[in-house]
Design a binder for this molecule. Structure first.
Ligand code: ZN
Length: 330
């Protein structure tokens, strides 16, 4: 995750969500005794297991697999190793994998670096498509560590970069069985975190390259919507509505947070959150309504403590549940 511009600024005013049940159902529900917190949690867990096929523990295993590689910095051996692992994984589950290669020159670096977005397509013949994305590179410096001497130590970035990839790896198991009429592309952006000088360096190389190619090449298919996943696995993660998402893709925000409410995924908080500059900006500029699902409150952001032990299967499961339920309505 790159930058939070206005932490916790309540600028956006969200319109109320129309929730799924009819008035009479609501009235009937009102008469039932309210469940206790524990009952609610166990109901939720039951529903999760029943309705949505997603294995949060296996997804956690994928976060560990990614972190076992070590740092996955753009252009590094770790990134190549990750690409090999992912290509084999997604192809095994029936995805069509392509690498969108390009070169990028960072302001603070002498030489350009080879980068590649990874695109995994499901139902590639369908012309109406949606996009699930996240960055898969990790930051070369852990620059939120108060002790500057620690910045260059190996930084695993389990949640920031790892979690979105792991969720999509787990989702790959489910893709063939979903009842959706749209084609789906998973796009893993490179070069989101290739930052050595936080004040002057550029972010978003991968998403900007991807968006420019989409506008330039005018492919026959169109993306109706995009969901960006960033830092989705923190313990007790909370996803308030990121402000650029609200202003640039408000209808999609309402769809997703309504699904979350219907699915009782409490991590999705329908309140204005901070404004975050992230990979969704390039997608929105390219005419793809794109929403950033992001937990800005993760305390290990850009610290060496961003490790699998500080991630949670429950948070991953809630995000997956929303994505799958939303896809099944498409
Ligand atoms: Zn980050």
């Amino acid at each position: 995750m790159p930058r939070v511009l206005l932490p916790f600024a309540a600028v956006a005013v969200l319109v109320p969500l129309t929730l799924g049940c009819s008035q009479s159902e609501s009235a009937a529900q009102d008469q039932k005794p309210k469940p206790t917190r524990d009952e609610f949690a166990s109901d939720q867990a039951k529903d999760m297991g029943k309705a949505i096929p997603f294995d949060g523990n296996r997804a956690m295993g994928y976060i560990r697999d990614l972190c076992d590689i070590g740092p996955r910095i753009s252009g590094s051996a770790g990134m190549t190793k990750q690409q090999e692992l992912l290509k084999a994984h997604f192809e095994k589950h029936g995805g069509k994998v392509t690498l969108q290669k390009f070169e990028a020159r960072q302001v603070s670096r002498k030489d350009p670096v080879a980068m590649a977005n990874m695109i995994i397509s499901w139902h590639p013949d369908r012309e109406r498509r949606v996009l699930f994305s996240g960055h898969y590179d990790t930051r070369p410096i852990a620059d939120q560590e108060p002790d500057r001497r620690k910045w260059r130590q190996p930084f695993l970035s389990a949640n920031d970069g790892g979690s979105g990839v792991a969720l999509l790896m787990e989702l790959a198991h489910q893709m063939k069985g979903l009842k959706t009429t749209v084609g789906v592309d998973f796009v893993l952006f490179d070069g989101e975190e290739y930052v050595f000088d936080p004040d002057n360096d550029r972010y978003f190389f991968g998403s900007e390259h991807f968006a420019a190619a989409y506008v330039r090449d005018r492919p026959k298919f169109r993306y109706a919507a995009a969901v960006l996943l960033d830092m989705i696995a923190g313990k007790d993660a909370r996803f308030p509505v990121e402000q650029n998402s609200w202003f640039q893709a408000g209808a999609l925000v309402q769809e997703l947070w309504k699904v979350a409410a219907d699915q009782r995924c409490g991590a999705f908080v329908y309140k204005p959150g901070p404004e975050v500059r992230d990979d969704h900006l390039a997608l929105n500029r390219a005419g793809i309504p794109a929403v950033d699902v992001i937990d800005f409150s993760y305390p290990h952001w850009h610290r060496l403590t961003d490790v699998p032990e500080n991630c949670s299967a429950d948070s991953l499961g809630q995000v997956a549940r929303v994505l799958i339920a939303w896809l099944n309505r498409k």
